[in-house]
Design a protein around this ligand. Structure first.
Ligand code: KG4
Ligand code: ZN
Length: 357
């Protein structure tokens, strides 16, 4: 039995039936993508939509925080309406929103709306860690990993190797000492005049590159440990093109060499981390996880070493509302409740999250 309104009554019906949450609305506004989705307890993902801000930021060659926040304000409400329509209802039973890490102004838009909807609908709400959203995104696919697993979290702001024991049980094995790998893709793309966002642009240009015309270093692979450093690759690209004409062929060849080095470095560190932890499953998540070449290289490694490789579809590697709706459902069903006040955490270590059983 379902009762659509008022939402408080709907929730009560489910509470009486012993079902806490049926449909969770997820809101993602941590950077330059406005993402909204509804995740249903039994039926899975009911609807998800993304409004990209690429055109807003493209002229600047990167994300302008103030413009991102303003775009979220403009885009979010209509997107929530459209997603609820598609999911077949005017309410959700709970609301989850990205509370950090990310751009403060951008986060505030999603948190303020999410919190207000929860207040108005009289339903529970939970602030979600953006990187936990990425980490759990493979659970939205048919081929999902069991816990424990090793995760390679690679995005515009993070490059991390995480030993995942369960939800909220995260052990950081390695992280970047400077630029994240996605940031290095973006900065190198800008340098080559390939525009923003840089990751897909480098990947596309590299397809036409001459293998091995240039060879970039594999940072920090000549010493033990699982930390990364990617800022040197961008500098190497700058030095490589200094004083030479940037024709289409050179751009493609440098893009190939950069991508080859970045991916090789990630693969070397994943191999080390798998040896260290003896995990049998590897998850790739975050925007750079959409990179075809990275997936291919790790798939080859998985076949030769006999471990399971898991990743979300490319649209759920980059920022999206579905991963927040899903992580929200997991946390709300596990008992997390955020109070009526709200705050954002632009910096928020993944290891500070509370475990959920
Ligand atoms: O996860 P995400 O959408 O946002 C953050 O949480 O940062 O990741 C965005 C990053 C950007 O740096 C973008 O250039 C990179 O992911 N990216 C890619 C690809 N698609 C997106 N990098 C390499 N290859 C791709 N195909
Ligand atoms: Zn992200």
């Amino acid at each position: 039995m379902t009762v659509r309104a008022p939402a408080g009554a709907f929730l009560l019906v489910h509470l009486l039936e012993g079902v806490d949450f049926v449909r969770v609305l997820g809101i993602e506004t941590s950077c330059d993508d406005t993402g909204v989705a509804v995740y249903d307890d039994e039926r899975g993902l009911l609807a998800h939509k993304l409004a990209s801000q690429v055109e807003t930021h493209q002229p600047y060659g990167g994300v302008v925080p103030e413009l991102a926040a303003r775009d979220h304000i403009r885009l979010l409400m209509p997107l929530v309406g459209a997603v609820l329509d598609e999911a077949g209802g005017r309410y959700a039973d709970a609301v989850a929103y990205t509370a950090g890490p990310g751009l403060a102004g951008a986060l505030l838009v999603g948190v303020a709306l999410g919190r207000s909807l929860a207040f108005g609908w009289e339903v529970p709400a939970a602030g979600i860690h953006h990187m936990e959203g990425h980490l759990l995104a493979p659970m939205l696919e048919e081929d999902k990993p069991d816990f424990p697993f090793l995760a390679l979290l690679v995005s515009g702001g993070h490059s991390q190797l995480v030993d995942v024991h369960g939800v909220g049980r995260y052990q950081l094995l390695g992280t970047t000492r400077d630029d994240a790998v996605g940031e290095a893709f973006d900065k190198t793309a800008k340098l080559l005049g390939l525009g923003y966002p840089g990751g897909p642009a480098i990947a596309a240009a590299a397809q036409h590159g001459t293998p091995e015309r240039y060879r970039f270093p594999r940072p920090m692979t000549d010493r033990p440990g699982l930390d990364f450093s990617f800022s040197g690759l961008k500098t190497y690209a700058r030095n490589t093109v200094a004083g030479i004409e940037l024709d289409e062929r050179t751009i493609a060849d440098v893009a190939w060499a950069f991508q080859d080095a970045a991916i090789d470095t990630l693969v070397i560190k994943c191999t080390r981390a798998l040896e260290k932890t003896r995990r049998q499953r590897l998850v790739i998540a975050g925007g750079v996880g959409a990179n075809e070449e990275l997936r291919k290289r790790l798939a080859t490694l998985a076949t030769s070493r006999g471990f399971g490789l898991y990743y979300p579809r490319p649209a759920f590697c980059t920022d999206n509302g579905a991963m927040i709706a899903y992580a929200g459902w997991v946390r709300l069903a596990g008992g997390q409740r955020d109070g009526p006040g709200f705050s954002v955490r632009p910096r928020w270590p993944l290891t500070e999250l509370l475990p959920i059983d």
